[in-house]
Design a protein around this ligand. Sequence first.
Ligand SMILES: [Zn+2]
Length: 267
Amino acid sequence: MIRRLVIAAMLVLVAVPAAQAQVATPATGAPTDTTAPTAQQKVVLPLTGRTVVIDPGHNGGNTSNHAITQRQVWAGTIWKDCDADGASTDSGYNEAQHNWDVAVVVRQLLRQQGARVVMTRASNTGVGPCITQRAALGNRVRADAAVSIHADGHNNGDFHGFHVILPADVGQGSRMVARSRELGIAVRNALRDQGPTQTSNYIGENGLIVRNDLGGLNLSKVPKIFTEIGNMHSPSDAPQIESVAGRQAEAAAIAAGITRFLTKRRA
Ligand SMILES: [Zn+2]
């Protein structure tokens, strides 16, 4: 008799599949199961809910469309060309391409952190947009941070290294200027610590300079900076600018600086 009961119990256990046995059947009308599988949970990343504008300077079509790019626009303090051609390395790798190549990686890295990333241009085959529109886009999407990506071009090959350009206060408001400085310092620190080039030996101080002649900064209402990763005519900077590894290091540093700026506790 005892043996029969044991056998019957074993049959019952075997008859219930293991997976089915672990599923909790909610009572009718019960609230949705709060212990949903991990894959269905909304993951909150460090930059979830933040908007970043990435502005790859210049454009691949600018050099052959000067009728468009040389139209004069008000840059906040002076009249300037709508957009410029940009620099180039001695072997012909041009700045517009560099800026685009880096921007795409920065976008990818920031998206991985949860950010919404808005680019000022959709490819490297177009013209412009004008510097006024590049600034207006950041204002329109109310960007938490905006970074314009560039490389410098100076004929003296002994000049090398990166610098970050901060806005002068030309009417954007003290908060925008102060926040831009914080953003600039965060990106400068990241470029100094993990970027592909040294701190500039020819412009600014400790990799920072304030300028009042750039429409992208003068017309911005949101925190905005420019990065200039190096001198494209420098024998030490050019190989970094031309290489995938160099641009990867540049993009990683820019993304790290932006992330640091957006996640650190405010003083
Ligand atoms: Zn440039």
